[in-house]
Design a protein around this ligand. Structure first.
Ligand code: HPA
Ligand code: ZN
Length: 339
């Protein structure tokens, strides 16, 4: 199974680049930038990664991101992630960045975007990994702040492929951002939204009806609403599910309780993603392995999850056809799919 997963072409559609900051790089960047971290060493940082819920993680995630100052820091962060992708046979990524986490500290938008984009281009050249870049608003901040960020992004719109919404979900429903998402759509940007991670199924409906999302990020609480389940199965509106993240943030007690395969078998367009792999104990390959090990996912189901990600991606039809063929060929070669 490990060999099968290692060779399966995979796509990542829910990944916060700031969440790929490994403690080793965090310390290296802190030293390079003359900053002091509140932990003595890498081991102490890892020991602090015990989370009770989303907010307890976000507190550390924003603290960690404070070592990112220069364009080269954002490049190094992103390129390190793409190296891990190449090792995991990830062939396409659609990643989030949180500009407000950086502009609030006085880091120019252009520095953040420039470093990430340069690394994505270098990763495409070195590893053949294609990519899209999604600017995400922080939902614990105001809609006004999101409007200001969108205005700052406007000169760079051709370099952005979509808009998302992340950070603390409870008490910050999608409707709070209906105006700025309408503006983003009017500018031609497709939109996605974290919903139904800790928040209720009603937030998923809001993301669909009021934000007009192309995908739901997480969305696992859809299981509480039979009508929503039917809607998601009928429309194939994709869910970017993050199994290791959900267990680490106690959305599910353990992997054995995760509903991802149940949702897959109901016909939803479920995809598998790593969210913030440096904090949650595994990149995309590890998420696939956890499904096989703890949920008994079959090779056929893992192929289907990868094919769903092709369907859910923002790739061209030609690229989708090529990746579909590659995944089917891998499945057939391992008797997971008909040849
Ligand atoms: N949920 C909400 N906000 C986030 C996450 C997440 O999983 N990761 C980074 N920001
Ligand atoms: Zn996320």
């Amino acid at each position: 199974m490990e060999h099968f997963i290692a060779g399966l072409p995979k796509l990542e559609l829910h990944l916060h680049i700031e969440g790929t900051l490994e403690p080793e790089l965090m310390f290296a960047l802190a030293a390079r930038n003359g900053l002091t971290l509140p932990w003595p060493d890498v081991g102490a940082v890892r020991a602090a990664y015990e989370f009770d819920n989303l907010q307890s993680f976000l507190d550390l995630y924003y603290l960690g991101a404070s070592v990112l100052i220069h364009e080269q820091d954002f490049f190094d962060l992103t390129f390190a992630y793409l190296k891990r992708c190449a090792a995991d046979k990830v062939v396409h990524v659609e990643i989030f960045f949180d500009p407000q986490t950086h502009t609030a500290r006085g880091i120019p938008f252009e520095v953040v975007l420039g470093g990430i984009e340069r690394a994505l281009q270098a990763g495409e050249e070195s590893f053949g990994i294609s990519w899209r870049l999604i600017m995400s608003f922080l939902r614990h901040l105001s809609e006004e702040a999101a409007f200001a960020t969108l205005a700052e992004a406007e000169p760079h719109l051709a370099r952005l492929h979509g808009v998302g919404l992340d950070s603390g979900e409870l008490g910050n429903p999608p409707t709070k951002f209906a105006g700025v998402f309408a503006r983003a759509r009017a500018l031609g940007l497709p939109v996605v939204c974290h919903a139904g991670e800790e928040g209720p199924a009603a937030y998923i409906w809001q993301a669909i009806n009021e934000l007009q999302v192309r995908r739901i990020d997480h969305g696992v609480r859809c299981v509480d609403d039979p009508e929503l389940l039917r809607y998601l199965a009928d429309t194939r509106l994709p869910l970017t599910v993050c199994p290791l993240s959900n267990v680490r943030l106690k959305v599910f007690e353990d992997m054995g309780q995760h509903n991802v395969l149940t949702l897959l078998e109901k016909g939803l367009c479920i995809t598998i993603n790593s969210d913030d792999p440096a904090y949650f104990g595994g990149y995309l390959g590890a998420n696939f392995e956890a499904l096989a090990r703890d949920l008994g996912a079959s090779r056929e189901q893992l192929c289907r999850l990868s094919l769903n990600a092709v369907e859910a991606s923002w790739l061209s039809l030609a690229d989708k056809a090529r990746l579909t063929r590659d995944i089917r060929a891998h499945g057939a070669c391992h008797d997971a799919l008909p040849g």
